[in-house]
Ligand binder design. Structure first.
Ligand code: SF4
Length: 456
């Protein structure tokens, strides 16, 4: 270890990290924790007497930048009469705003893009020495994963994430990801299997593969091209791994080989988050999604032909520029047709610098009305489905005992949360739970038995 970094390690500093956004950001935050722990930092869960404060930000949702300034404002107030911690803003907002952010808020010591967080110890050292603000927003994804691969993923949760792919080349007209995360990059299949194996050794039983465009995964080694389907085949062989998931997928990358995986893999779950965004071909074209509703429906059909119990969730952007009542009704019809069991739905909001930001917006009131109609419809489908579960038995992977009660928490194959009576030795096992009650989001029940293959 470099002498300067060794000095940091010996200084016994602490840090606090707050994460906004998606699972990829959560994964990144965990890796930042791993990096800092390696350098002797202790993670704190409160804001008292901090040496370093990190905000890992997301640019997808509305007012992302303002949220950052709001958080910094609160921290400033708290540390008004004390020595301030080093403040780092990481993630997509840091990438998108970079120098602007340092100019506007001098309380921030450094902005670090999502492809540069492996440099955090170096950044801290430089700040300690020079006391000046720094911008680390290079798209050096190769250097990032090179460094991260040398660091064991310390996560020991039953259900864990692994980022396998970053960036996006699709350029949907509303999205900032191609600008904030850069072009598509896939990690080596060996590195991923190695990380999965260490997670399993630590106790993980379910792995969710992450990527902005996870099903575009493509890694070339010795003239052989590995795709997501090849990776799933390899993960399938790992003893003690019980469940495999991947997210987020693009419909155009649902290739035959990937669909075929559902025929042979017992570990691949019969649930997929496959964002459609809109049920209108006119709007899909304006969004530059490059597929049609018919193509989307054919993927759903093909998957359900293989696995009739296959379930889907989706993202929806409501009130995109030019969306008429007819376009919106087409989206509602698609929802009824597919019967999505979950969704992330939002009203359209301009993202500066994207092509759609130049289009005329529609009435915000109308956007909100449509959003609530859409969300009510999905809620109705969820409730009907959960209601039908009463009296049935569900396979549940037991994740943990709940903090405030004697119940346990786990998820069905379709990712529905279940709360039930069980025992500590069920954690990490797949058990059969008889469903007795439900609400919109969760099922409630009691353990009947351990799944046959899981029984000792
Ligand atoms: S595919 Fe997803 S990440 Fe890529 S540009 Fe479109 S919405 Fe953004």
């Amino acid at each position: 270890m470099d002498q300067k970094l060794k000095k940091i390690k010996d200084s016994k500093k602490n840090f606090f990290i707050k994460t906004f956004g998606c699972q990829m950001n959560e994964y990144d935050s965990k890796r930042i924790v791993d990096i800092l722990k390696k350098f002797g930092f202790q993670e704190k869960k409160d804001l008292e007497s901090l040496d370093c404060f990190i905000l890992n930000t997301c640019h997808i949702r509305e007012k992302a930048t303002e949220k950052v300034y709001h958080e910094i404002g609160r921290l400033k107030k708290k540390y008004k009469h004390q020595k301030k911690p080093i403040v780092l803003v990481t993630g997509c907002v840091a990438q998108a705003e970079n120098d602007e952010m340092l100019k506007r808020e001098n309380y921030i010591d450094a902005v670090i893009g999502p492809q540069s967080y492996q440099n955090i110890p170096k950044v801290l050292d430089q700040i300690n020495k020079n006391k000046k603000s720094l911008n680390f927003t290079e798209f050096d994804v190769i250097d990032k994963f090179d460094k991260l691969n040398k660091l064991v993923n310390l996560n020991s949760k039953i259900s864990s994430f692994i980022t396998i792919q970053e960036g996006c080349d699709k350029f949907c007209s509303f999205c900032v990801v191609p600008y904030t995360r850069g072009s598509e990059y896939s990690r080596s299949i060996d590195e991923i299997i190695y990380e999965a194996s260490s997670l399993i050794k630590n106790g993980s039983r379910e792995i969710t593969l992450l990527g902005q465009n996870v099903n575009a995964y493509k890694y070339i080694s010795n003239n052989r091209k590995f795709k997501l389907s090849d990776l799933i085949k390899e993960l399938d062989k790992l003893k003690d791994l019980k469940r495999i998931r991947y997210t987020t997928s693009h419909p155009n990358d649902m290739t035959e080989d990937l669909i075929e995986c559902y025929k042979y893999s017992k570990k691949l779950m019969p649930f997929i988050h496959l964002p459609v965004q809109s049920g209108s071909n006119k709007i899909l074209k304006k969004m530059n999604r490059k597929y049609t509703v018919e193509k989307y429906l054919s993927i759903v059909k093909e998957l359900r032909n293989i696995l009739p119990k296959m379930e889907f969730s989706s993202d929806f952007i409501v009130g995109f520029p030019g969306e008429t009542d007819k376009d919106f009704n087409d989206t509602l019809n698609l929802i009824k047709d597919v019967k999505f069991i979950n969704s992330y739905s939002f009203v359209y909001n301009k993202r500066p610098g994207t092509p759609a930001a130049r289009l005329a917006s529609i009435d915000p009131k109308l956007q909100k009305t449509r959003l609530s109609i859409l969300q009510n419809l999905i809620e109705k489908i969820q409730i009907e489905k959960n209601h039908k579960s009463i009296g049935t038995s569900k396979e549940v992977l037991v994740e943990n005992r709940m903090k405030d009660q004697s119940k346990y928490f786990g998820r069905t194959c379709e990712l529905t949360p279940v709360i039930f009576d069980a025992n500590d030795h069920d954690i990490g096992q797949i058990i059969n739970v008889e469903i007795k009650d439900f609400n919109r989001n969760s099922l409630f029940g009691k353990k009947i038995s351990i799944k046959k293959e899981d029984a000792a």
